[in-house]
Design a protein around this ligand. Structure first.
Ligand code: SAH
Ligand code: F3S
Length: 480
């Protein structure tokens, strides 16, 4: 295998020559959160060094990896269906091996090998650096499992291979795990305790992305506002840090500022913010730097104080309103999105009305809404009966979706008549004569291509819209 290490760029990029005879094809499919998509890029990088080229074609694969999600039962069922498809392909490619990565691997461990005969390898989210050894084991005809969670692993030293990239926008992971223990959520069990990545390696990755032509990054974590670098180690061990470590610690507002200053023309987004951990410092930092986008994803899950408490969300409805008011005061043209769950155990009609009235108060620009799905092992599953009938969950879900749709339409219309900066990401899905991009608020805009190109920042006059897409015309390059 031939590796070309390009050391002229900051960080180390690994390109693997495409037509080597002793390379093998890796087909990797990702489900669930953005972090999983980002992790797959780390996995592809680790395996590139072992002679694996990524392929988009399942039929060509020597190794198939599926990076899985456990957040709702349906996510797991989707993966099990895909495993059936892999099984069918394997009939014609008997040497093909199959590995399960991510949250399902961590949750089900070696049980997956018993339940799904097609699976050769099970690897949890903190064990990807062990992949070279695990692949060797399956090459020898054995099954391989590593689901050990780590106190330190952040993959800060791995330069991700960008997969399915538009060459313009990229994810940069900044924390792993979550310590919040929301009672419905499986993530703290599958991704372990929270730890932050060295800011230096984050800045290096961002610089490297800029050099390669990327123009927008999204800093990723289950709970980015909780970012805290004090030299490594678990967030929960911070109390044991030395005075020196505490004096030089970097929190999320500091990190945002460092990234904004390192690449003043790179657009910066981040996800996800948890209301209980988001500080005013973060919002002031967003306001201070024009390259930090005016958009925040701020899941609330429910509008009822009683349900918030049962969910172990550590804020009240009133405190959430206060945060929202502050954000809108400091950044008047901010866009805010939500995650919401309907039918959490014991949720009454009154609780549901509280959710609807909270949505009306905030008027979110977008939303991601789900019916509660009981996850084995979580506090809610252990302590509370899943007692809201499926039809009720579904009906409440359709009510909040309908309300969100209305708000979405109103929010999109608010951009009309304005001339806004849009970063061109690629062709519009509907027309090759049009480009698509996003404004700072993350709303999609489409407009005729003219002489612009992918990666340009252009000023677009917003003339009309559908419920979630702005339609306009470019009037020139952005001067920012
Ligand atoms: N902080 C994370 C949240 C991960 S889960 C992030 O980075 O996005 C994403 C969303 O899935 C949650 O905000 C919640 O709305 C939803 N969710 C989590 N567990 C769920 C469950 N058991 N049933 C239904 N929805 C759930
Ligand atoms: Fe899950 Fe709550 Fe963390 S939703 S990822 S436990 S912030």
């Amino acid at each position: 295998m031939e590796k070309i290490i390009d050391e002229t760029l900051q960080g180390t990029a690994v390109h693997v020559a495409k037509k080597e005879t002793n390379t093998r094809n890796l087909y990797i499919e990702s489900y669930g959160c953005q972090m999983n998509f980002s992790d797959s890029e780390i996995v592809a990088s680790i395996l590139a060094k072992e002679g694996f080229n990524t392929t988009q074609h399942l039929e060509e694969a020597d190794l198939v990896l599926v990076n899985t999600c456990s957040i709702r039962e349906k996510a797991e069922l989707t993966v099990r269906k895909r495993l059936e498809k892999f099984n069918a392909v394997k009939q014609n490619r008997p040497h093909m091996k199959v590995g399960v990565l991510g949250c399902m691997a961590e949750r089900l461990k070696s049980k997956l090998l018993e339940e799904e005969k097609i699976v050769d390898m099970v690897v949890g989210p903190d064990a990807y650096k062990d992949l070279p050894n695990l692949v060797q084991e399956i090459d020898e005809g054995k099954n391989a499992v590593n689901v050990i969670l780590s106190k330190e692993e952040t993959y800060g030293d791995v330069a991700p291979v960008r997969l399915n990239s538009n060459g313009v926008t990229a994810f940069v992971s900044i924390t792993r795990g979550c310590d919040n223990m929301c009672t419905f959520c499986v993530v703290p069990f599958t991704r372990g305790r929270e730890r932050s990545r060295d800011p230096q390696s984050i800045i290096e990755e961002v610089n490297d992305l800029w050099t390669k032509g990327y123009r927008e990054i999204t800093l990723l974590g289950q709970n980015v506002d909780s970012y805290l670098w004090y030299g490594g180690g678990l967030k929960k061990d911070y109390t044991k840090a030395s005075d020196m470590q505490k004096a030089t610690a970097v929190n999320f507002a500091n990190l945002l500022e460092q990234v904004a200053l390192a690449q003043p023309k790179m657009r910066i987004r981040f996800s996800t913010s948890n209301p209980q951990d988001m500080t005013l410092d973060v919002i002031h930092t967003m306001a201070k730097y024009t390259n930090i986008c005016n958009y925040v994803h701020l899941p609330v899950q429910s509008g009822s104080n009683r349900i918030l408490k049962e969910m172990n969300r550590l804020h009240t409805r009133e405190e959430y309103f206060e945060l929202i008011d502050n954000i809108k005061r400091i950044i008047p043209d901010i866009a805010i999105s939500q995650d919401m769950i309907t039918g959490f155990p014991t949720e009454t009609e009154e609780d549901h009305q509280d959710t609807l009235s909270l949505m009306t108060y905030v008027k979110y620009d977008y939303g991601f809404m789900f019916a509660y799905s009981e996850r084995p092992g979580t506090m809610a599953a252990r302590k509370l009966e899943d007692d809201v009938p499926q039809e009720t969950k579904k009906r409440r879900l359709s009510e909040i979706i309908a309300l969100q749709r209305q708000h979405c339409q109103e929010k999109t219309e608010q951009h009309l008549g304005q001339v806004q900066e849009v970063l061109i990401e690629g062709l519009s899905k509907k027309s090759d004569a049009h480009f698509m991009g996003r404004n700072s608020q993350n709303t999609v805009a489409v407009f005729p291509k003219e002489d612009y190109k992918v990666g340009d920042f252009v000023m677009v006059r917003m003339d009309s819209c559908t419920s979630a897409t702005l339609i306009g015309e470019a009037v020139g390059y952005s001067e920012n």
